[in-house]
Write a protein that binds this ligand. Structure first.
Ligand code: SF4
Length: 591
């Protein structure tokens, strides 16, 4: 395979395992970066000059700490498989991707997020830049190739959240030499299956785990996970049709005592500075099925976790949940230790500004509110978050089936409505990964309205991503570089739009990387002096001003920590605003 370096085969005397569990570098990257840096794996590798590739691969995708290949820190998915299989009595190792192929195992279990680069973030980035091979695909293929080359008689099994891609390009499994693909959680497979697998008695090449059995009691991790990540739930009860509904089924909360034990395991590691709560809707922790108003359970949980003395970080939440009880959101933020110097962020979905699309495809996402109220729920939910130092990292789905120009215009209006709220907005191309069938949405299919939406989101994200790193005390150096790169990418992209160069140009990516390298050098020689992104990149804003001379003037006073109040709210926490909305169902209801 072109560009693939051969792995040196060196075995120690004690390296024979039943299962070697691993994932490629796009998942197991430099642990000093936050999980947001995972977006780097979507960058097309082929667009980077050789020297830049070397820099990116050595700094961002470096090997995690390990002892003879055994990862001392791992993504949570691998820790969960390790816990399950070792509890069953098998000899198991979680190996770094750089070392896995050197070990001897009867079976190699490879987890993947985006093996072929078909995920929404990757298709969007590859489509817009004209690249060919994103890092995630490159690393996955290289890892499988190395394992096969060094362990020709071992079984290679692939699974994980991105494995649905093997159903899109069905030839890849054989091309890569993967013996078995597992759709659904592998933890659902009983002991007999694993015994049969080790004895090579499994004839199938693909298996789907049963959704009835897919949520067994969790097994406790045996070692620390990246960013101190702990599951507080599995699945999601909101049922958006564009989401991976198989993966999201079997919704349940993990008991508090169990979570606290995993927090203790993570907190004992010298490589873990945070505790990161993993859930599709964190604030809803402890609610009953069909109960959409958040309650004290999440506050009780973070209060207990805060006693470990680690920063508390978070993954996903919905605007609907944050808005359903602003006081709980405020208390949650307080016990997470957030203030104007310690911001954090939720990944959260705007998805669309069209009530019609919400009603059709994701009515569960907005509960307890009504579809017609969705734009208001987004704005006020955002107000509640930013007033409590939580920066929304938002996604929009572009190109949903039967999306009309009017739907896109409504989304554009919503993006404009929230432009004074510190947040990042990333439009992602629709990918048919679940019950919504149809083709992939690609850049060439963008309508004038969708191009305008892409431009508006770039402008918004570029503006705020320049400012946020300075405000946050929680972003490390490498994360700042990633922010810088993203912002410069957006600016260059806008420049290209103005110059009429179109959307698909490799120059955009290369310029962004150059800007990132320049920022890296400035930080490196800055002798500890804090880099002021705003001042150093002031000139870049001429691009925005050219597009919209009033853009900066409007944004003089950002809404953050009660500096500004969400429109329609009687107080800084947005409670007054909530009163303007009529909840469809605050109690038990129809999910
Ligand atoms: S709320 Fe998020 S995780 Fe849940 S179904 Fe919708 S898109 Fe998927």
């Amino acid at each position: 395979m072109q560009g693939v370096e051969a792995v040196q085969l060196t075995r120690s005397v004690d390296d024979s395992y039943d299962f070697v569990i691993t994932a490629d570098e796009s998942c197991m990257h430099n642990y000093n970066m936050s999980f947001m840096a995972g977006f780097l794996a979507c960058v097309p590798r082929d667009l980077l000059p050789n020297r830049v590739q070397k820099f990116v691969e050595s700094k961002f995708f470096s090997e995690v700490p390990n002892k003879n290949g055994a990862a001392e820190l791992s993504i949570l998915a691998l820790r969960k498989m390790e816990a399950y299989l070792s509890d069953l009595g098998y000899r198991v190792i979680v190996a770094t991707p750089q070392s896995a192929a050197k070990l001897r195992g009867k079976a190699f279990l490879v987890s993947t997020m985006d093996p072929l680069g078909f995920g929404p973030a990757t298709t969007t980035m590859v489509g817009l830049t004209g690249g060919k091979e994103p890092y995630n695909r490159f690393f996955f293929k290289r890892l499988i190739g190395d394992i096969k080359a060094n362990n020709p008689t071992s079984l290679v099994v692939a699974g994980g959240p991105g494995i649905w891609e093997m159903d899109i390009d069905t030839e890849q499994q054989d091309k890569l030499g993967i013996d078995l693909v597992v759709f659904g959680p592998a933890e659902a497979l009983e002991r007999q299956f694993w015994d049969d697998l080790l004895q090579k008695k499994i004839a199938e090449k693909k298996i789907q785990t049963s959704s009835d059995r897919m949520r067994p009691d969790p097994h406790m991790i045996k070692g620390p996970s990246f960013w101190g990540m702990v599951e507080i739930s599995r699945g999601c009860g909101r049922g958006c049709q564009f989401c991976d509904l198989e993966l999201m089924s079997g919704f349940k909360w993990i008991p508090k005592d169990f979570i606290l034990k995993e927090v203790a395991i993570n907190s004992a590691s010298p490589y873990v500075n945070n505790v990161t709560l993993l859930s599709e809707d964190i604030l809803r922790y402890g609610t009953q099925a069909g109960d959409w108003k958040i309650n004290h359970h999440i506050v009780d949980l973070v209060k207990e976790i805060s006693k470990f003395g680690k920063r508390i970080a978070m993954t996903h939440c919905t605007f609907a949940s944050a808005l359903s009880n602003p006081k709980v959101t405020e208390d949650f933020s307080y016990y997470c230790g957030l203030d104007e110097k310690h911001l954090s962020g939720f990944q959260t979905g705007i998805e669309t500004g069209s009530p019609k699309i919400m009603k059709r495809y994701m009515v569960g996402k907005l509960k307890p509110w009504k579809p017609d109220d969705w734009p208001e729920v987004v704005e006020q939910g955002m107000g509640v978050m930013v007033d409590n130092y939580i920066i929304p990292h938002c996604t929009i789905v572009m190109g949903l089936p039967e999306e009309t120009a009017d739907d896109t215009t409504k989304t554009l209006e919503l993006v404009d409505r929230v432009r004074t709220y510190p947040s990042l907005i990333l439009p992602l191309f629709f990918v048919p990964l679940s019950v919504l069938k149809g083709g992939f949405f690609i850049d060439k299919m963008m309508t004038p309205e969708q191009k305008a939406l892409m431009s508006a989101c770039s402008k918004h994200t570029a503006y705020w991503s320049k400012r946020l790193p300075n405000w946050s005390g929680q972003l490390g150096l490498l994360d700042r570089l990633v922010f810088q790169m993203g912002a410069d990418y957006s600016f260059t992209y806008l420049n290209n739009l103005i110059a009429g160069k179109g959307y698909g140009t490799a120059g955009v990516m290369i310029n962004a990387v150059k800007a990132m390298l320049k920022a890296s050098a400035e930080i490196a020689i800055g002798t500890g002096k804090r880099m002021d992104y705003w001042e150093k990149t002031r000139r870049d804003y001429s691009v925005l001003q050219k597009l919209d001379p009033e853009y900066l003037e409007d944004l003089e006073v950002p809404r953050l920590g009660n500096i500004g109040k969400p429109p329609g709210s009687g107080c800084g926490c947005g409670i007054g605003g909530v009163a303007n909305l009529e909840a469809e169902n605050f109690g038990k209801g129809n999910s």
